[in-house]
Design a protein around this ligand. Structure first.
Ligand code: PPE
Length: 307
């Protein structure tokens, strides 16, 4: 999806003009995928723009960095404040935010421990990641021929840049085959997640999502949806599922910061339920839409006002 430029990007402690946010071609992260990142959204609320679950996203940036033994040269509080400043200084009402910490220029080779860690935070307006039509009517997904990497090859718990080659291979395969998105299975055949979203299945009166041990990211939207669904009186469990469990789902939807809540209409050309978004999906989608905009009193603690 093309980027809409904004005015300023935060780089290593200061806001610089968008076009000046450049790095050297021998940046370690470019060659070896040695970076960790986040995807965050800010939404308009009655009290002005607010970043959704900002502290949790920045905390996950640090846990990803810990797995890679990467020392981020800022505190979590500093990056929380920097993220808010990026929204404020770009005069954005709603946007997608991309904090990234990566190994910079100065060292090459596979022992990066002495390499400088650089940090940047960019923001831009971003519409429905999987399309407005998909949000409304559901998308068509395909089980990928690519497997999620095993935790002993690249740990899926680290939201690390290099890991996304796996997601990208699966996405390209799905799109070239005429589908909207791919579902990736673990090497043992359990449902893991999509290329950039977690998966929820509703069947037999309960909502299920794969455990992180199946290679699913500990998604912040996933955790938000688990809370919202329980509060709506829906039973939610973390469970391993195989591909036929998806074929037999009554309802299914995907969750992610960029994608938000997207119904699934079919899996490998087998209709999910009636192939139309079901009532559970719709009520969760609606509550999520309201929660991120500060319209539900119970979830206001998830908002960080930009000020
Ligand atoms: N799994 C993966 C692999 C993933 O990348 C994401 C986020 C999720 C699950 C959902 O996590 P959360 O956003 O915390 O609910 N994907 C981000 C990147 C998308 C991109 O194209 O880049 C996102 O949604 O921001």
């Amino acid at each position: 999806m093309p980027i809409t430029t904004t005015e300023k990007i935060w780089m290593d402690g200061e806001l610089v003009p968008w076009q000046d946010a450049q790095i050297h071609v021998l940046t370690h992260g470019l060659h070896y995928g040695s970076g960790v990142f986040e995807g965050i959204r800010a939404y308009p609320t009655a009290q002005g723009p607010a970043v959704f679950r900002l502290k949790e996203h920045i905390a996950r940036l640090f846990t990803s960095a810990k797995i890679l033994m990467m020392e981020i040269p800022f505190s979590e509080e500093e990056l929380v404040e920097a993220t808010k400043a990026v929204v404020r200084e770009n005069h954005l009402d709603s946007c997608y935010l991309r904090p990234i910490a990566y190994l910079g220029y100065g060292e090459m080779g596979l022992n990066p421990l002495s390499c400088e860690v650089k940090v940047a935070i960019a923001a831009w307006p971003w519409g429905a990641y999987l399309g407005d039509e998909g949000v409304e009517n559901g998308i068509r997904v395909k089980i990928s021929s690519w497997q999620r990497h095993d935790p002993n090859s690249v740990p899926p718990a680290a939201k690390c840049t290099g890991m996304y080659v796996n997601s990208s291979l699966a996405k390209v395969e799905a799109v070239k085959s005429g589908y909207d998105e791919a579902i990736i299975l673990s090497s043992s055949g359990n449902v893991s997640e999509c290329t950039g979203e977690n998966i929820f299945v509703y069947r037999h009166g309960r909502l299920m999502t794969p455990p992180t041990s199946a290679g699913a990211l500990e998604g912040i939207t996933r955790s938000t949806i688990m809370t919202i669904a329980s509060d709506l009186g829906i039973k939610v469990t973390e469970e391993n599922m195989v591909r036929s469990d998806l074929y037999l789902a009554d309802e299914m939807f995907l969750t992610g910061t960029a994608a938000e809540v997207v119904p699934v209409a079919s899996v490998d050309d087998r209709a999910v339920g009636t192939a139309k978004p079901g009532s559970v999906t719709k009520s969760i989608q609606k509550a999520y839409h309201q929660a991120v905009r500060g319209e539900l009193a119970d979830y206001k603690e998830w908002l960080d006002y930009v000020g």
